[in-house]
Write a protein that binds this ligand. Structure first.
Ligand code: GLA
Length: 493
């Protein structure tokens, strides 16, 4: 008698493992070239320009550019565009990317003018996990990991050093001085390395006499600092507000002083304002030269912990909902660094191990909310050792496209009842995002949550996080776990 083939368990496990690993990697390493990340980039005239065209797909990929403004050229094997454009202008450039699986084209706008950060900034920051424990070696490895993980192909570009890069005191002539044990070759050596990878380097200082970690501050040294940062090849400054007077007027003056010094530094340096949302920076930080401003105190690795509520993901979300109308291209509400992958191990975010971190579902929701509200996206976990779940969340290209949409409109809260929040966000070209967050502690089975019109629209919509369409019956009874966010993209008919 013929026996039906018995499934070979070992083979099945091996196959499942292969499919799993491959799908985790597939997003950035297979298929025809796919353009991701920003489709617009800004730089000041007459300053160094660097932009890596973010393209995923099977490697190697070759690049060609049409109509690049005079002064720029593209590296055909990496897609890194460098140079210096003298004339202000909006330059429509077409990039062609080709690999063994196909060819794709994308229009990229190069805006040479007075704005940086025309889409929310994407990158990585040392603070959440490492705090003071930083070094040149670790930063170089992190840049390597940003490339090898495929994050650069998704649009991540900045490697930002936070507090504790400083020597004990400045140079005798007042110039800022780097800790020579942590950075034995100096900052320029590090920025050259970061730039050679097509990435940019950020640094940190403070509008007070000292930084929050009690290193030397920037107050009264604004010009010499900005000039030195430019010499070092720095591309971003996060400017904190410890050891400084309380009032808003003084804060505005101090931020303006540094913002102006950066503008005069002959380099395109992004200015990140960090006074924790205390003085309503969404009303004034843009005028100081800021490209984004923190709207809340420091984030902790908690979803909604009552003991530290104001540092939780939910508290930050609530603030972002209230100030969403003050967010626009070149001036974003900063919801703080992302916790994804911290798992309660962040030196800063776990309060010395007190908080155990979010679940992966919560990390996914947290990142989705940051994308919906156009926050800068600064990962802050150890990219060298991140697990697949973390990597998949940070490199979800559907989600990142919502953040990097050129229209630059933040999501809005449209309803809030029975533990469910609903958000809407407009995208360029008339597409619309609908997102539903279950912020309650119970799984919800929502029968008839959407009205007839919404249902018929959603029936054709993509589920952004999973990349799949949902069936009519799934939509009629929406099952949503506690703290889960479901996002639909409606492309219209
Ligand atoms: C403040 C900021 C943090 C971090 C630390 C560094 O608390 O809000 O993001 O930069 O200072 O000391």
């Amino acid at each position: 008698m013929i026996q039906p083939n018995k499934p070979n368990t070992k083979l099945l496990i091996l196959l499942a493992f292969f499919v799993y690993s491959f799908s985790a990697f597939a997003q950035s390493n297979s298929g025809a070239p796919q353009f991701n990340g920003p489709k617009i980039t800004g730089n000041y005239p007459n300053t160094d320009f660097l932009f890596t065209v973010p393209v995923s797909g099977q490697k190697p990929i070759s690049f060609k550019a049409e109509n690049l403004p005079a002064g720029l050229s593209i590296d055909e094997s990496t897609g890194i565009i460098t140079g210096n454009v003298k004339e202000k202008g909006i330059y429509a450039t077409t990039i062609t990317a080709t690999n063994a699986a196909g060819t794709n084209k994308q229009n990229i706008t190069i805006n040479i003018g007075d704005k940086l950060c025309l889409t929310p900034l994407m990158g990585w920051n040392t603070w959440n996990v490492f705090t003071y424990d930083i070094s040149e070696k670790m930063l170089m490895e992190m840049a390597d990991a940003m490339v090898s993980s495929g994050m650069r192909d998704l649009g991540y570009q900045y490697i930002n050093i936070d507090d504790f890069w400083h020597a004990d005191v400045r140079e005798k002539n007042g110039k800022p001085k780097v800790d020579s044990v942590k950075f034995p070759h100096g900052m320029k050596y590090l920025s050259d390395y970061i730039h050679s990878k097509g990435l940019k380097l950020g640094i940190y200082s403070c509008a007070g006499t000292m930084t929050c970690g009690k290193r030397f501050g920037g107050y009264n040294y604004e010009e010499i600092d900005a000039k030195t940062y430019a010499e070092w090849g720095i591309d971003l400054l996060k400017y904190d507000y410890c050891f400084a007077p309380w009032g808003r007027k003084t804060a505005e003056e101090r931020y303006t002083k540094m913002g102006t010094a950066l503008k005069n530094s002959e380099r395109s340096i992004v200015f990140s304002v960090c006074e924790w949302g205390i003085r309503k920076p969404w009303l004034w930080a843009k005028n100081t030269g800021g490209s984004y401003w923190r709207i809340t105190p420091d984030i902790f690795d908690v979803w909604n912990h009552p003991a530290v509520w104001q540092y939780s993901v939910m508290a930050i979300l609530k603030r972002a909902e209230k100030v969403s109308k003050y967010s626009f291209p070149g001036g974003w509400n900063d919801m703080d660094m992302m916790l994804v992958g911290n798992y309660g191990n962040g030196k800063a975010t776990s309060a010395n191990g007190m908080f155990k971190g979010l679940t992966d579902l919560e990390y996914e929701s947290h990142m989705a909310l940051w994308c919906l509200f156009n926050s800068p996206l600064l990962a802050s976990c150890d990219l060298r050792t991140m697990n697949d779940a973390t990597k998949n969340i940070l490199t979800n290209s559907n989600l990142l496209n919502i953040s990097q949409n050129t229209l630059g409109k933040s999501a809005k809260l449209v309803s809030k009842k029975n533990g469910i929040r609903m958000f809407e966000k407009e995208l360029l070209g008339g597409a619309k995002i609908i997102a539903v967050l279950n912020y309650s502690e119970k799984e919800k089975s929502l029968k008839g949550y959407f009205n007839k019109k919404e249902l018929s629209e959603l029936n054709h919509a993509q589920n952004v996080l999973s990349g799949k369409n949902m069936s009519q019956s799934e939509l009629e009874t929406l099952n949503i776990k506690p703290h889960q966010t479901i996002i639909f993209k409606l492309t219209g008919k």
